[in-house]
Design a protein. Sequence first.
Length: 71
Amino acid sequence: MTIGAVQGNFGLALLELRRFDEAEPLLIASYQTIRKVLPEKDARIDVLKRRLERLYREWGKLERLAPALQL
């Protein structure tokens, strides 16, 4: 398991607990790390995008989604 996967799983656990401010940096770091090593069309990248979308939707901060995906 890579560091990106660990960050993503921990971020998801925090998201489930609605600890959005703690989940955000982990989910962003996971997305950035995994995006560097996998092809853009890899399904795992879509999973990470959906996690970020869920984070911002449930947190009520959808305006943060586009900038997070551009990092």
